[in-house]
Design a protein around this ligand. Structure first.
Ligand code: BTN
Length: 256
């Protein structure tokens, strides 16, 4: 299927080609088809509407036409960056920065892949790996109303337009997110991960907090978070010992 429009943004890596579709099954699926060719590195796929949008853990991601940013980025990062923890973190930081640019609102990051405004979810991120390539899927609620979330039973969801006093133009928001993603990716790609890591840690806001960590295998552990980096979380246990935890092994972190 061919895109209805193609844009070319003045970015370094991500968004030099943007394929815009009216309707797709899932932008992640279309992006994964492009991911087989290395020359598609950095290509962005956008849809006004998805018929079978995917969320984390096999959940469905639904959105009325033309009121969300539904976007997937094809990436061929070096192997040390092709990790869900790093790609999720840099996408979350980029979305948080774009939200500040667009509305002046300070958003937070909820482990591992949600961006929240005043505790409500405004954006979800879905990373899918395809061999040495990865697809970074981003769903950002832009123009939905509070009434529509209530009618859909999504009481924990919000949109930029609900939270902002300024009107948000979708095309402008899309470009801002892509520009911020490109900047974040370039920084991490060139070995300058410290600033992105620091913002990610700050926006998650769990340093010094007592938490229960739930691992992917269902096991849990309680302690105080002492440090968070892309490579490890440092948890201080009740007996004072410290445990290093690989971010990819953590499904949820619950504040106690
Ligand atoms: C989540 O919070 O569960 C992640 C949601 C990710 C949704 C986006 S929308 C664009 C891209 N295409 C998909 O099918 N999913 C992601």
């Amino acid at each position: 299927m061919s895109p209805s429009e193609t844009w070319s943004l003045n970015t370094t890596h991500i968004g030099r080609r943007v394929n815009v579709f009216e309707t797709l099954a899932s932008t992640n699926t279309t992006a994964s088809e492009l991911a087989v060719l290395p020359e598609n590195d950095g290509v962005v796929v956008i849809a006004d509407y998805q018929t079978t949008g995917r969320g984390q853990y096999g959940r469905v991601w639904q959105s009325r036409p033309k009121c969300s940013l539904l976007m997937s980025v094809v990436l061929n990062p070096p192997s040390e960056l092709c990790r869900p923890a790093i790609l999720t973190a840099l996408a979350a930081v980029a979305v948080v920065e774009a939200i500040v640019d667009l509305s002046g609102i300070q958003a937070s990051i909820k482990w591992p892949n949600d961006v929240l405004i005043r505790g409500k979810k405004v954006c979800g991120i879905l990373i899918e790996k395809h061999g040495s390539a990865a697809v970074v899927g981003i769903g950002l609620n832009i123009n939905q109303t509070a009434e529509e979330f209530i009618a859909a039973g999504l009481l924990e969801a919000t949109s930029l337009e609900i939270e902002s006093t300024r009107p948000i133009e979708r095309r402008f928001a899309v470009e801002r997110v892509i520009q911020r993603l490109d900047q974040a990716y370039e920084q991490v790609f060139s070995g300058e991960r410290t600033a992105i890591e620091a913002e990610w840690k700050e926006r998650i806001g769990l340093i010094g907090r007592r938490v229960l960590i739930e691992h992917m295998d269902g096991s849990t552990i309680v302690g105080q978070i002492r440090e968070m980096q892309f490579d490890r979380l440092v948890l201080e246990l009740e007996d004072g010992t410290r445990q290093m935890i690989l971010p990819e092994t953590v499904r949820h972190i619950f504040e106690q």
